[in-house]
Unconditional design. Structure first.
Lengths: 113, 116
C-alpha cells in the first residue's frame, strides 16, 4: 500500500536532548513537508523540500533541522535550541501531478519531560 | 502572500442535518487549488474535497459539497445528512497551482461537533 509513515507515534525527550522524527513515503512524491500542531490550533509549517538535496525554511524553522538525502525520506531533528518542542508533528508529501494535494502521515506526539 | 480565514472556531449540528463551514482567502493568483481537510480525534489529516479555481462547477464528494465563489474569494463546505463520524476539526487550505511542491496555506480550523 502506498502512503506515508511516521515513527515513532509517541516520543519522550529530556530537556537538552536532540531527537529525530522519521518520515518515509512510497508515493514517489517529489515534495515533502513538516508541520507542527499545538492543541486546538492549526498547522504551522516548519520546513519543506521540493526536491532531493534541497529544502526551505517554513514559518517556524528555528530550533529544527532537516535533511533530504533520499526522495522517500525527510527526517526532522528537534534540537535543544527549540524552546517549547512539546507538540504534535505531521509530515506530508505532494506531487504536482496530483493537484499539489498533500498526503499526511499519522503524526508523532513529542513530549519533553 | 496568501491568507486563509475560517471565521467559525466551533460549530455544532444535529445528526442528519446540514451544516455549512465558511472559508475566505486572499490571493493575487489566478490559478490555484483549494482544499478542505478533516482531522478527527485520531489526528490523521484526511482530504475531504478539492476545488480547482479554473473550474466553475462546484466540487462534490458524496455528502460533501463546496460553494466556490471565485470573485468573492469564498470557499464554503456543506455537509449534508451529518453523521457522528463527521465530528472533527476541519481545515480550509490554499495552494497556488503553478508551482510544483509549493506550500499549503491553512486556515485556523473549525471544530465541528455532530450531536446525536
Amino acid at each position: 500500500d502506498g502512503g506515508i509513515t511516521q515513527s515513532p507515534k509517541y516520543l519522550f525527550r529530556k530537556e537538552g536532548q536532540n531527537v529525530t522524527l522519521s518520515c518515509e513515503q512510497n508515493l514517489n512524491h517529489d515534495a515533502m513537508y513538516w508541520y507542527r500542531q499545538d492543541p486546538g490550533q492549526g498547522l504551522r509549517l516548519i520546513y519543506y523540500s521540493q526536491i532531493v538535496n534541497d529544502f526551505q525554511k517554513g514559518d517556524i524553522a528555528e530550533g529544527y533541522s532537516v535533511s533530504r538525502e533520499k526522495k522517500e525520506s525527510f527526517p526532522l531533528t528537534v534540537t535543544s535550541a527549540q524552546k517549547n518542542p512539546t507538540a504534535f508533528y505531521l509530515c506530508a508529501s505532494s506531487s504536482a501531478s496530483s493537484y499539489n494535494e498533500q498526503f499526511f502521515g499519522p503524526g508523532t506526539r513529542l513530549t519533553v519531560l | 502572500a496568501q491568507t486563509v480565514t475560517q471565521s467559525q472556531p466551533e460549530m455544532s449540528v444535529q445528526e442528519a442535518e446540514t451544516v455549512t463551514l465558511s472559508c475566505t482567502y486572499d490571493t493575487s493568483e489566478n490559478n490555484y487549488y483549494l482544499f478542505w481537510y478533516k482531522q478527527p480525534p485520531s489526528r490523521q489529516m484526511i482530504l475531504v474535497i478539492r476545488q480547482e479555481a479554473y473550474k466553475q462547477q462546484n466540487a462534490t464528494e458524496n455528502r460533501f459539497s463546496v460553494n466556490f465563489q471565485k470573485a468573492a474569494k469564498s470557499f464554503s463546505l456543506k455537509i449534508s445528512d451529518s453523521q457522528l463520524g463527521d465530528t472533527a476539526m476541519y481545515f480550509c487550505a490554499f495552494n497556488p497551482a503553478e508551482t510544483s511542491g509549493s506550500r499549503l496555506t491553512f486556515g485556523e480550523g473549525t471544530q465541528l461537533t455532530v450531536n446525536p
